[in-house]
Design a protein around this ligand. Structure first.
Ligand code: PA5
Length: 443
């Protein structure tokens, strides 16, 4: 993985990034020494290097049980309890799910919304499909996930009988607390623990992400190896200018301080759509607090050049871009030659589709930079488990440093509670009588 910040730095005053060096160093030391705000949630920092081959083997063994017994596996989880798995699985799968070149179970995601149609349609689809469930919730009480799991547990038991259902329901949750833990222990489900000191959005390299990714048939050892290598590259003892996480954190904060408040993560591979969703949660939940924070947005290019492209090129100059660039596609396809050339495309005949894509990428970068949009580029050689592991750790480490540069606690999410309190009060959840009364007074 490489990062190039030249086309972002040209927008900054000379020395603006270098001036942040002492704070970047202090942020790294605070993470390492556990002296920063949110220091009880630093389990992700050296998580990759702590993962043992035995642990990977245990996850793979559970994945095999699900693979052998299920045509589909529903991953029930929301936020950090699903976005990482979804991002990795989508990035590695065929763009057209039904062409996936394997006989692995189809992975479905639920528990991440409360759409009645969504759940009804899921249930309809699962009728007659042998399915299993991975119920993922750190708190074990998240409403979206809990409602979904209640529906799926009953359906799975009705379909297979209670004893057989136990073989294909797995819980990933807290070691001791929460309804998901209580249910798993009482029913005797296989379960994995989400470490106390790893927050949801930093948990893709725990069983939260690793188990669904393994069930989908992907190589979690290679994913972890990529993250381990990046952990070394971003080590506190690496010179700051060679530490990609420190570079990215410093440059994006220097740009923010110069008045650009929105960062757009761009990809040129449709499979990376959910990479943007994972990244938005990581940065949005970590930095958007205390009235501060870069707003994380994402676009899929070239698709969105025909929609958001206008805004990016010519709209309010409050944005900067970070492009994820994949150097080599995993397949080969060329533009065919056509004798009649009715479409006038013979100037491209024989060229790789990816060459056209790369020229679109370069042309867009030049146009956006000319249009006043600072541009950073993060390149990986190809889309595989190893490179995704690198990207995951890189963005996590940079997020920790960046949040501390911003002087917020990057590891809490107090703002997420506000809607829950109102929703519970409106639904008359026991224990929320005072909030219900307050809402009635407001109304
Ligand atoms: O990053 C986070 O902490 C959140 O997005 C959580 O992952 C999300 O709210 C789901 O919580 P839980 O795993 O407790 O169900």
């Amino acid at each position: 993985m490489q990062i190039n910040v030249t086309k972002a730095q040209q927008f900054l005053a000379a020395g603006a990034v270098e001036a942040l060096a002492p704070q970047v160093k202090a942020a790294q030391e605070a993470l390492e020494n556990g002296t920063c705000p949110g220091n009880d949630f630093l389990g992700w920092l050296h998580l990759p290097s702590s993962i043992t081959p035995e642990f990977i083997a245990e996850i793979n063994a559970t994945a095999k049980v699900l693979q052998e017994n299920c045509e589909a596996v529903v991953v029930a989880g929301i936020g950090g309890s699903y976005l990482g798995a979804r991002m990795v699985i989508d990035s590695l799968s065929s763009s057209f799910g039904w062409l996936r070149p394997s006989n692995m179970p189809r992975i479905l995601f639920a528990g991440n919304n409360i759409g009645e149609d969504y759940l009804s349609e899921l249930i309809d689809y699962l009728k007659g499909v042998k399915f299993g469930v991975i119920n993922i919730s750190k708190s074990g009480t998240t409403t979206e996930t809990a409602i979904t799991f209640r529906l799926l547990k009953k359906m799975c038991e009705d379909q297979r009988g209670k004893e057989e259902a136990k073989k294909v329901i797995v819980a990933v949750t807290d070691a001791k607390k929460g309804a998901a833990r209580t249910t798993a222990d009482k029913e005797g489900y296989k379960s994995f623990i989400i470490p106390d000191n790893v927050g949801g959005r930093f948990s893709v390299l725990t069983p939260v992400g690793l188990l669904p990714i393994a069930v989908a048939g992907f190589d979690i050892a290679a994913l972890v190896k990529g993250a381990q290598d990046m952990e070394k590259e971003c080590d506190i003892n690496a010179p700051a200018e060679k530490n990609p996480a420190a570079v990215y954190a410093a440059v994006r904060n220097a740009i923010y301080q110069s008045g650009k408040k929105i960062e757009i993560l761009c990809n040129y591979q449709p499979k990376l759509h959910n990479f943007g969703e994972w990244w938005k949660q990581l940065y949005g939940e970590s930095e958007g607090k205390d009235g501060k924070g870069i707003f994380p947005a994402a676009v899929d290019l070239t698709t969105d050049l025909h929609s958001m492209g206008q805004w990016i090129q010519d709209g309010e100059r409050t944005i900067f871009e970070t492009v994820i660039s994949v150097e080599k596609p995993n397949t080969t396809l060329c533009v065919p030659s056509d004798e009649e050339n009715l479409d006038g495309l013979n100037f491209l005949a024989g060229k790789r589709i990816d060459e056209v894509n790369k020229m679109a990428e370069l042309g867009t970068q030049l146009a956006h930079v000319d249009g006043g949009v600072p541009n950073m580029k993060v390149s990986i050689e190809k889309l595989d488990e190893y490179n995704l592991g690198q990207l995951i750790y890189f963005f996590e480490k940079a997020c920790g440093i960046s949040g501390l540069l911003l002087e917020v606690n990057p590891f809490n999410q107090p703002g997420v509670e506000a809607y829950k309190k109102n929703m519970f009060a409106l639904l008359n959840k026991p224990g929320y009588e005072a909030e219900s009364a307050a809402i009635l007074r407001k109304g």
